[in-house]
Design a protein around this ligand. Structure first.
Ligand code: UD1
Ligand code: MG
Length: 447
């Protein structure tokens, strides 16, 4: 059953510092957009409702939210975070449970942290704010505490020198009952240094009404906000640290984890071995004990237990490598199944194909899968042997146990256990080279 809580994700700010034609929250870290990370957190919490607040121009944000089954509300003008939360009011309709305010540009908040905030609400706090100790408090709103009690949030631009020295600051994430939150927002004014309606003013207003406010602390890495490309890179780095730590914790060996790049959905089973400088783009699953050697790039690929790929392998979407199968150096595989025990060890392109169990594909073999208009399939049967530097002109079938001589161009079916070769005949002229050299040397000495 859904939890009696709703999320409002603020994403209507101007984000000028990204210098981008794409809305800020659609920039990606770990293989998916900032917004998709926040929506995934909401999905994990099984909330009753989620609403994204966007600017009228951000059709791309509307589409991305809708693709995830989430409606968006429009904030006509960016008049401040308080004003933005109000823009979502209508979309929440009669909802009366707890409201969680999240930022679309703050992608790394963990569901467990929000659960701690909801628990503090359930324990009686009316407003719960997520704070952190900032290495550089800079422009963050300062949390003014009295013991466990949060008395107010002072925005940096409005803070005194003494307040600016405080390093416990506001992440922007807030939880409050719907009625309390919207009731208090009605009284927020824009008489402050930036002329905006501050969501953070809700705290002092709540205290004025005798309501209780508190702050929950989390590590700074969890609430990194993205306002520029540099901060996008910093958020990526923080996410990578988290993903690597999780993989190691799950029993994966990484020789140099700091050089391995993972995606939000990379699934590495225990006892996988990952060499240095490997990139896992989205959609990769690696089975138990499989090996991914140095400098490989994988996307949308599945490795069965005990498979071995790389070094320098490129697995593209739809690549499936079977049990104890091998894909070696400078081999590109796309939408192809390398079945159990098969080997494609050197310098090949295998696209739109099946390489049957225990087949051996020699160095430099290419599936010619594209005729400029359509893609065609190559089917290599079990135990077949494809000699080096063979071009397989798809659609083509090589039946089980067939043998193809090196350097062949195969455009017809090769029958089971047959030998096929298209090699030009070997000619040899005895003594030709010696005569040739003698002639050339004579010409040179004359000349
Ligand atoms: C806000 C907080 C500050 C906190 C900081 C954390 C307020 C007044 N201040 O400041 O205490 O330390 O975040 O990063 O809340 N947005 C809208 N519409 C608007 C304005 C903002 O949707 O009119 C969205 C932005 O897209 C962004 C989020 O709200 O996702 C935060 O806005 P931003 O302008 O970055 O707030 P800060 O000034 O950084
Ligand atoms: Mg900000």
């Amino acid at each position: 059953m859904a939890r009696p809580a709703a999320a409002i994700i603020l994403a209507a700010g101007q984000s000028k510092r990204m210098k981008s034609a794409t809305s800020k929250v659609l920039h990606e870290i770990g293989g998916r957009s900032l917004l998709a990370h926040v929506l995934a957190t909401c999905a994990a919490l099984e909330l009753e409702r989620t609403v994204v607040v966007r600017s009228p121009e951000a059709g791309d944000v509307k589409d991305a939210a809708e693709a995830a089954g989430v409606p968006s509300a429009i904030q006509e003008k960016p008049l401040g975070t308080g004003h933005a939360v109000q823009a979502a009011r209508k979309a929440l309709g009669s909802f009366s449970g707890d409201v969680i305010v999240l930022y679309g540009d703050t992608p790394l908040v963990e569901p467990g942290t929000i659960e701690r905030m909801l628990a503090a609400r359930a324990d009686g706090a009316d407003v719960v704010v997520l704070g952190f100790i900032a290495a550089n408090p800079g422009l963050y709103g300062r949390l003014i505490m009295d013991g466990n009690h949060l008395t107010c949030i002072v925005e940096a631009g409005d803070a005194s020198a003494e307040e600016r020295a405080i390093d416990f600051v506001n992440s922007g994430v807030m939880v409050a009952g719907a009625e309390t939150l919207f009731g208090l927002l009605d009284s927020v004014s824009n008489k402050n240094a930036s002329g905006e309606y501050y969501l953070t003013d809700v705290v002092s207003l709540a205290n004025g009404k005798g309501l209780s406010c508190t702050a929950i602390e989390c590590p700074e890495d969890e609430v990194l906000g993205v306002n520029s490309r540099a901060e996008l890179a910093a958020a990526e780095a923080a996410l990578q640290r988290r993903l690597r730590a999780r993989a190691l914790e799950a029993g994966v060996t990484m020789v140099a984890p700091e050089t391995v790049f993972l995606s939000y959905d990379t699934a590495l089973a225990r006892d996988c071995w990952v060499g240095p400088n490997v990139v896992f783009a989205p959609g990769v699953k690696v089975g138990e004990g499989a090996e991914v050697r140095a400098f490989s790039h994988l996307e949308g690929a599945t490795l069965a237990p005990g498979a071995q790929v790389g070094p320098f392998a490129r697995l593209r979407p739809g690549a499936v490598v079977g049990k104890a199968a091998r894909v070696g150096n400078f081999v590109e595989v796309k939408k192809a199944h390398i079945e159990d025990g098969a080997k494609v060890n050197h310098l090949s392109y295998i696209g739109d194909a099946r390489v049957g169990a225990n087949a051996n594909v020699g160095a430099g073999v290419i599936t010619c899968n594209y005729d400029g208009f359509d893609k065609h399939f190559t089917d290599i049967g079990e135990g077949a042997f494809v000699g080096s530097n063979t071009a397989l002109i798809a659609p083509v079938v090589v039946e089980a146990g067939a043998y193809i001589g090196s350097g062949s161009v195969i455009s017809k079916k090769v029958e089971s256990d047959a030998l096929a070769l298209t090699r030009a005949e070997h000619k040899q002229i005895k003594g030709w080279a010696a005569k040739f050299r003698a002639r050339k040397e004579k010409e040179k000495s004359k000349g």
